[in-house]
Ligand binder design. Structure first.
Ligand SMILES: Nc1ncnc2c1ncn2[C@@H]1O[C@H](COP(=O)(O)OP(=O)(O)OP(=O)(O)O)[C@@H](O)[C@H]1O
Length: 604
């Protein structure tokens, strides 16, 4: 039941679509039963036409049709059976088409819904989750969901219908035989029941091994430079080897287990049919009866056998992929946690309404926030989830429009945390950030629209310099004037002039064809292109050559006065031109003043 409710939560289908599917399954099963139900009497009549007169219904139909001979009647009956079978086959084909279309549409929807959820979940969720997990869920687990949860689940329901109808039919023909068949079915279900926890464990290990594989490959290839220089290729190969084998082991165990029900059902049914014939002959039962009973059994076996073994194997698959369903369900549910709701409320300006899927709720278009005077960071306190101590304690600072300030301090002092709070990625437990007297927590989106962020290692797409600067803007909407201004202000003009393809030069994956300093200047140009009022710059810690360092300092210097800037500074050359310097220690601002007051005073 829990499985079903989780399934209904993850699937984006409307209830009536599912009900429609079930009705369709039921119709096919009934037609199946009708076809099979007619085969028994048909074979009975074929061997003994006088039986027509013994059955009131058959006798009346025969008379009503006004046929000339019983053979004609039997022929007509055969034709009816054939027509029913053809119709059933046609319906079955159509329903299967619908089921596949339904499942693959769900896969598309699920992928979009997962990405949407991950993009909107609080930053703290991403701090604790490895990105390999998220990629695995969007790419592999959503595929597993349609192949190994949705299709087998709908298949199981359809098989269950067929089984129930066929068993009822058998029951009408021969009660004792039916009890035997049910016994056989329960017998084959037993191993599944006994191994149910093992099947789930195999599934869980499979999912974990897959995620690990993705993580290992990501580390090995993503950090290729380090991997090669350190020479730890073998280490990653061994790691991958152990995960691939772990996956192979559980997959083999499960697939071998899957064959069991078919083999057992086949063996038991054959034993039963042969046994029935022998016993009947032994007790000299009427042969016509036997032929008709066996006829039904033969046909029922053709349908019952695959249905039963498919049902068992589908149930195995459903169990095996329970961890997939659990993972997707839990991640999608994250958005309903109070922390996420609170985050959505302040970042997107809406509270997810119960019952309405959150991805279908449109966030309110943010009103532009005015910034003409100053930003006040007022007694901010922040502790990371599950952290023992606070990373920011009562941090306050003021930033006038056009001013540049620098944050300095030892590693772990809290500079990045403060910037992440400033960027609206982390929501402080107490304190406020106000722009012109208005709290940014009224609409984080409007606040973020004022900010350009230049991280230490900027994210570059494997694309042209132009597209990397005008990040997220369609080609036909790129403003060349703005682009050139941004390039000039970010001190990139000389570099681009030297390149044969200019702004159309490809930067390579993560910008491998550029130097660290050039990458960061592209980051500055990006922030400038988007004309953000406030720039937050996390200065590159890596040693830059003098010329590059000068160029970055010059870019920052040129911007001071026109842009409001917060710089996490790792080099004293950068802070020299800042209006104020805040020195941080253990999550607190311990000193604030000009370069002379903070840096020079310290060195004397
Ligand atoms: N995700 C996290 N969960 C728990 N604690 C964290 C997390 N991120 C940072 N911290 C802690 O918060 C404190 C401040 O870290 P922060 O990264 O802000 O320092 P920093 O001054 O930016 O250092 P650096 O210059 O090395 O980047 C540190 O004690 C750190 O251990």
């Amino acid at each position: 039941m829990r499985y079903l409710s989780q399934f209904l939560y993850v699937i984006s289908a409307k209830k009536f679509e599912l009900i429609l599917l079930l009705i369709a399954f039921l119709t096919v099963s009934l037609m199946d039963a009708l076809g099979i139900g007619l085969v028994g009497p048909f074979m009975g009549l074929a061997t003994n036409p006088t039986l027509i007169y013994k059955n009131v219904f058959l006798a009346n139909t025969y008379r009503a049709l006004g046929l000339k001979s019983t053979s004609q009647f039997i022929g007509l009956m055969g034709l009816t059976i054939v027509v029913i079978f053809y119709l059933k086959s046609f319906f079955y084909y159509q329903i299967q088409r619908y089921v596949f279309r339904f499942c693959f549409t769900q896969q598309v929807k699920l992928r979009l819904r997962l990405l949407h959820t991950y993009l909107f979940l609080p930053y703290t969720f991403h701090l604790k989750t490895n990105s390999a997990n998220l990629i695995q869920n969007i790419i592999n687990e959503s595929q597993n969901f349609s192949y190994s949860v949705a299709i087998p689940l709908l298949g199981s329901i359809s098989n269950l219908f067929v089984l129930v109808v066929l068993v009822l039919l058998l029951m009408k023909t021969d009660f004792a035989a039916t009890v035997t068949v049910i016994g056989i079915l329960l017998g084959t279900y037993l191993p599944f029941h006994l191994f149910r926890n093992k099947i789930v464990r195999w599934g869980k290990e499979g999912v974990e091994a897959n995620t690990e594989m993705l993580r290992i490959v990501n580390h090995a290839i993503g950090g290729l430079k380090e991997t090669r220089v350190i020479g730890c290729e073998e280490y990653f190969e061994n790691q991958l080897n152990s995960q691939v084998n772990r996956f192979a082991k559980v997959a083999t165990l499960f697939h071998v287990f899957q064959i069991l029900p078919r083999i057992t059902i086949e063996a038991l049914l054959i034993t039963f049919v042969v046994g029935l014939v022998s016993v009947s002959l032994l007790f000299e039962q009427r042969s016509q009866d036997l032929v008709s009973v066996l006829g039904i059994f033969a046909i029922a076996s053709i349908r019952l056998l695959p249905s039963a073994s498919q049902l068992m194997s589908n149930m195995g698959v459903l169990r095996n992929f329970k961890p997939t369903l659990d993972r997707l369900y839990m991640d999608l549910k994250e958005i309903e946690k109070p922390e996420a709701i609170n985050y959505l409320k302040i970042s997107q300006g809406f509270v997810p309404t119960k019952g309405v899927k959150f991805e279908s709720q449109k966030s309110i278009k943010p009103m532009p926030m005015s910034f003409t005077d100053k930003i006040v960071i007022d007694r901010i306190n922040y502790a990371y989830p599950e952290a023992a101590s606070k990373s920011l304690t009562d941090v306050s600072l003021t930033l006038k429009k056009g001013e540049s300030i620098a944050l300095i301090g030892k590693s772990g002092a809290g500079k990045t945390t403060l910037v992440d709070v400033f960027l609206g990625l982390l929501i402080p437990q107490s304190g406020d950030i106000q722009v012109d007297g208005l709290s940014v927590y009224n609409s984080l989106r409007s606040w973020q629209n004022l900010i350009g962020y230049i991280p230490q290692s900027i994210f570059l797409t494997d694309d042209t310099i132009e597209r990397n600067i005008a990040f997220g803007v369609p080609d036909d909407q790129i403003d060349q004037q703005r682009l050139n201004n941004a390039i000039r202000s970010a001190q990139l003009a000389d570099l681009i002039a030297q390149l044969p393809e200019g702004t159309q030069t490809m930067v390579g994956e993560h910008g491998v064809r550029l130097s660290g300093g050039q990458r960061q200047r592209i980051g500055i140009a990006r922030a400038l292109y988007h004309e953000r009022e406030i720039l937050v710059l996390d200065e590159a810690t890596s040693a830059l050559d003098n010329e590059t360092e000068n160029l970055i300092s010059k870019a920052i210097q040129d911007l001071s006065g026109t842009k409001t800037m917060i710089i996490i500074a790792h080099r004293l050359t950068t802070v020299e031109h800042c209006d104020r310097i805040y020195q941080m220690e253990k999550g607190q601002v311990v000193k604030c003043g000009t370069y002379q007051e903070v840096v020079l005073a310290q060195n004397t």
